[in-house]
Every structure is written in structure tokens, then in C-alpha cells.
Design a protein around this ligand. Structure first.
Ligand SMILES: C[S@@+](CC[C@H](N)C(=O)[O-])C[C@H]1O[C@@H](n2cnc3c(N)ncnc32)[C@H](O)[C@@H]1O
Length: 493
């Protein structure tokens, strides 16, 4: 089954995180076997660059030229030898059986020889990746070293290092976090269910749930299927990364200046997670407060409509954000959560790091800029724009914002770190525990400390976002996706 997932990803661009759960659902496999299949499929996809490097050292044939079905089987074999406790002899034998079943008798000897060589190299080096892949020393070529041992393409390592101001130890921690299975985050949608009630529902369903450390609406689940919760089925709660929740909270909490009609636009709304949270948050605002969610793609607009179902004062329209059906300077707030590379969610999308390219960034940046300009044009003087990405890549985060703000004197940057700190109830100096007095049916442990424990990096009790003005969240620091948010005030034109 793991091999079938790798083939689907390679052959038809499938997303492993969507495909595998549906395959497992009808498989009849035991929980243990499901766990093993998941580890093999996700692990081999994430580690693809490393596995190919190992295979390269064991064959004179370039790995890129090996027949793809055979190559995927070899990758699974190499993954078992490198990262699992499966005895080497069994890993080689089962992989050779897989090759025989899927590619016939002809490549069997080749596969057997390659895997035996890989097994010998793993045993000689004790699985040390730097030795296995002949990585350059960290001292002389830190980016090259991290590229090899952290199993990411070099251009992503460079972008992460740049986003972290060149701190290479932290860059390593950020890359390592991309290989750690994330917990599932739920949002209790305001006005529809409280976090306490959602926690109680989770506990009743036997799920290991605790309050999210940052968003007063978040619940984190360590395993289990949230799809069977009644409130998730009804849309009162939903799966939503806690970082995404903070972005919506930050925009809703940023005050406008001057008379506020309470009109907010979500310019890139599909599939509607932030729109639904925003609509719930804004419902408590001025009379007649409303949210208009725009999305150009039909299927995604339908998802937005579903996520807003039954919410008063929320509408969806199909439109390109660069040509929104609204007068200039007519709205109070705009969220522009632009299409991006998704490099901030690599831990959820095992194959994405190898699928994305620097050319994707170059192609997305002009659209991101144009959408931010369009967002600024829609907002009245005194209103606010929130620019968000699920990526830490500076080219699509701070550089887009600085460039547009530099050309538009009416735009000024607000301190997003302060707003995020306020909405999360956190104290950057490491003071009080999560605010809002929200408690849940959790086990009483400090989930902020767990966030650090999950990733091996110490965190204080605050978000610790630095000096601003931009807010950049990280899996290794916050246990969230690497969401970026900038807040801009529109002044007189
Ligand atoms: C990062 S996603 C938004 C996620 C969403 N805010 C949420 O929280 O569920 C970006 C969305 O922008 C949409 N998009 C792409 N091009 C667009 C354009 N020209 N105008 C508006 N939206 C666009 C994509 O279809 C996609 O649904």
C-alpha cells in the first residue's frame, strides 16, 4: 500500500495526506499496520532526496534513470534500512518480493544487490547521514550540510535560513520539525460551540485532546479521527491549524480608525477556514457587520460556501481578488491570504518539498503583490489589511509587503507581533500562562511546554516573535504551520 501511495504521488501528482487516509479506511488493517504503512509512505516521501542519495552510492546507474515503479520500491527498502527497526535481512527480502510482484523477475537481482549494498553502508556508518551521503562538514558548508542531513532541497534550506536571520542552529531545528508528524488542530467556531464544550466532546469520544496553547478557540488532538465528532460533522468545529486561527484573530483584533461599518473582505477565501472564523469573530462587532468571501475557483468557492453555511452576515462570491466587485476604499478590513508555495506546511504534505521549485516562487510573487495592492485599494482610510501566507520564504512574505508598502505612501506597517501576542494571551517576556481564562477538559499539562517537547526546541510561555513588525510562526517554536502575517494600516490617499 505504501508503494501504491508513492506511485500515485509520482504518476498523477496525488497528495499523500489526502490519498492515504482513504486507502487505509477501507483496508481492514490493524491499527499497528496502519501506523507502519503511514510511516513508510510519509517517511519515504519526505526523505526522498536522502534515499536517492543513498541509492546513488550503491549503483552505477543514475537513480533518476531507474524505472519509476522499481525506484519507488527501492526507496521504500532504503527507508526501512535507514529509519525503521525492521531487520536488514527482512527489509531486503520484502522489498525484493515487492519488486518481483510489481516489476517482474528481470530487475530482481539488481534490486537485491543495490539493497544489500545500502544495508552494508548503513551498518558501517551506524546510519549517520553525513557519512552515508558524504555531506560537507557543517563548519565549512553549513547549508550544504543541512541540505544533506535534514533532507530538504538546498533552495528551501537557504530560504529558511534567511527567514531565521542566518541562525543555522535554529534553521536545523526548523527543518527537523518538518519531519515530525503534527498534532491535529481543531477550531471551536465562535457563536457555534465553545472550546470547553468541544474539549468535552473530544474526551467523550475517547480522543486525547487538550487546549491549544495560543488560540483561545483551539483544541489539539494527539491522534484519533476528528471526523467522527458531531460538532465537526455539523461545521460548528473544524480542523484548522492554530497558526491560521491566529491570523484571523489578529485581523479581527486590529482596531480601525474612524467610523467602522464592520465590512470585512476575505480576498482569497478558499477553502474558507479563516473566513468562517472571521465571520464568527466579527458577528459580535458593529450592527450590520458582514464578511464577503471571494474565491475565483468554483470548487473552492463551494467549499467556502459550505464553511459559512448558516452564518449570518457572511456571503461568498466567485471573483478574482484583483478585480473584486466592490468600490475602491469601501471596506474596513481585508484579509489577503495569498496563494503561496505552502512551504510552511511541509510537515503535513510529505511530497511537497520535492515537488515545489524556486520557479514556483518566481511565478507566485507577482500575483501576491497584485493581490496585496488590490486589497489596499479596497480599504478605506483608517482601515486595515492583513497579508498572510503559509510560507516563511522571504520572497513571498516580507519582501512582497515591503515592496508594496514602499510604493504606496498611504500604507504603514503595524506591529503584527504585538497583536499576535495580545490575541494569544501570551507574554513575550515569558510571564503568564495562556490568557482568556479559558480552561478545558485537558489533563492540566502546559501545552506550550509540550510544543517545545514535540520538536526538541525549548519555548518559553510567550510566542517570542521577535521585534516585528512581521509575525512569523514556526512548527519548531509554536507547533503551528509556518504562517506569516503582516498588518498594514491604510492612511489618507
Ligand atoms: C492560501 S489559500 C487561502 C486559504 C483560506 N484563506 C483559508 O483559510 O481557508 C489561497 C486561495 O487563493 C485563491 N486564489 C488564487 N488566485 C486568486 C486570485 N487571483 N484572486 C483571489 N483568490 C485567488 C486560491 O484558489 C486559494 O483558494
Amino acid at each position: 500500500m505504501a508503494w501504491e501511495v508513492l506511485r500515485a504521488v509520482d504518476e498523477r501528482g496525488a497528495y499523500a495526506n489526502l490519498l492515504l487516509p482513504s486507502m487505509l479506511a477501507g483496508s481492514g488493517l490493524s491499527t499497528r499496520d496502519r501506523g507502519f504503512v503511514t510511516e513508510l509512505a510519509y517517511g519515504a516521501l519526505r526523505a526522498q532526496g536522502t534515499l536517492d542519495g543513498m541509492l546513488d552510492t550503491a549503483t552505477s546507474r543514475p537513480v533518476a534513470g531507474i524505472d519509476p515503479p522499481l525506484r519507488d520500491a527501492l526507496r521504500l527498502g532504503a527507508y526501512q534500512l535507514l529509519r525503521t527497526r525492521v531487520p536488514a535481512r527482512a527489509a531486503v527480502a520484502t522489498t525484493v518480493d515487492l519488486v518481483r510482484a510489481t516489476s517482474g523477475e528481470r530487475p530482481v537481482r539488481f534490486a537485491n544487490a543495490v539493497l544489500r549494498r545500502v544495508a552494508a553502508r548503513v551498518s558501517e556508518t551506524g546510519g549517520d547521514l553525513a557519512q552515508l551521503l558524504d555531506a560537507p562538514p557543517f563548519a565549512t558548508d553549513p547549508i550544504g550540510h543541512l541540505t544533506a542531513v535534514c533532507t530538504h532541497p538546498r533552495w528551501i534550506v537557504e530560504a529558511v535560513a534567511e527567514a531565521l536571520d542566518g541562525d543555522l542552529d535554529e534553521t536545523r531545528a526548523a527543518l527537523v520539525a518538518n519531519d515530525i508528524r503534527p498534532s491535529t488542530h481543531l477550531v471551536a467556531r465562535p457563536g457555534r460551540i465553545t472550546r470547553d464544550d468541544l474539549l468535552a466532546e473530544c474526551v467523550e469520544a475517547g480522543l486525547d485532546a487538550h487546549p491549544g496553547p495560543w488560540s483561545p478557540y483551539a483544541v489539539r488532538l494527539d491522534g484519533g479521527d476528528p471526523g467522527r465528532l458531531p460538532s465537526v460533522a455539523s461545521g460548528a468545529a473544524a480542523v484548522q491549524d492554530e497558526g491560521s486561527q491566529l491570523v484571523a484573530l489578529a485581523l479581527a483584533a486590529t482596531p480601525t480608525v474612524g467610523p467602522d461599518r464592520g465590512l470585512t473582505v476575505d480576498l482569497c477565501a478558499g477553502p474558507g477556514g479563516k473566513a468562517a472564523l472571521l465571520a464568527g469573530l466579527l458577528a459580535g462587532g458593529p450592527d450590520g457587520a458582514g464578511l464577503l468571501a471571494l474565491e475565483p475557483r468554483m470548487t473552492r468557492a463551494a467549499l467556502v460556501a459550505r464553511s459559512l453555511e448558516g452564518m449570518a452576515g457572511a456571503w461568498v462570491a466567485r471573483a478574482d481578488g484583483r478585480a473584486a466587485p466592490l468600490a475602491p476604499a469601501s471596506v474596513d478590513r481585508v484579509l489577503v491570504d495569498v496563494p503561496c508555495t505552502g512551504l510552511g506546511a511541509l510537515r503535513r504534505r510529505p511530497e511537497a518539498r520535492w515537488r515545489r521549485t524556486p520557479e514556483d516562487v518566481a511565478a507566485l510573487v507577482p500575483l501576491q503583490r497584485a493581490l496585496l495592492v488590490a486589497a489596499a485599494d479596497l480599504v478605506r482610510p483608517g482601515g486595515v489589511v492583513a497579508y498572510a501566507t503559509c510560507s516563511p520564504h522571504p520572497a513571498e512574505t516580507s519582501e512582497v509587503v515591503r515592496q508594496v508598502a514602499g510604493q504606496r505612501p498611504e500604507l504603514s506597517l503595524l506591529d503584527a507581533t504585538r497583536v499576535l501576542t495580545d490575541v494569544s494571551g501570551s507574554d513575550v517576556s515569558g510571564g503568564d500562562a495562556p490568557g482568556s481564562g479559558v480552561t478545558g477538559a485537558g489533563n492540566g499539562t502546559d501545552s506550550r511546554a509540550e510544543t517545545g517537547a514535540e520538536t526538541g526546541v525549548g519555548v518559553g510561555t510567550g510566542l517570542g516573535l521577535g521585534d516585528g513588525p512581521f509575525g512569523q510562526l514556526w512548527p519548531h517554536r509554536h507547533g503551528t504551520d509556518a504562517m506569516f502575517v503582516a498588518l498594514l494600516r491604510v492612511g489618507p490617499r
